[in-house]
Write a protein that binds this ligand. Structure first.
Ligand SMILES: [Zn+2]
Length: 74
């Protein structure tokens, strides 16, 4: 019954991969792959954030779009 054990091994491998994938994720903010934690954005959207971004997001700060920082004020 080698087929059965192979299937079991595949299932086990898949579980291991799933576990690894669960602990590693692409950070929603900086797009780096690292250990991420769930963060609920605006109480609506669930995103994954790395520890650095998580710390920044938890600090209360005014929302300021980065790309507009060089636009001169009219
Ligand atoms: Zn990040």
């Amino acid at each position: 019954m080698t087929e059965l054990t192979q299937a079991e091994n595949l299932i086990e491998m898949r579980e291991n991969i799933r576990r690894a994938v669960q602990s590693l994720d692409v950070c929603w903010r900086c797009q780096r792959v690292s250990e991420c934690q769930k963060y609920i954005l605006g109480n609506l959207v669930l995103v994954w954030l790395c520890q650095g971004c998580m710390g920044e997001m938890e600090q209360p700060q005014p929302t300021r779009p980065k790309r507009r920082s060089r636009v001169p004020a009219l």
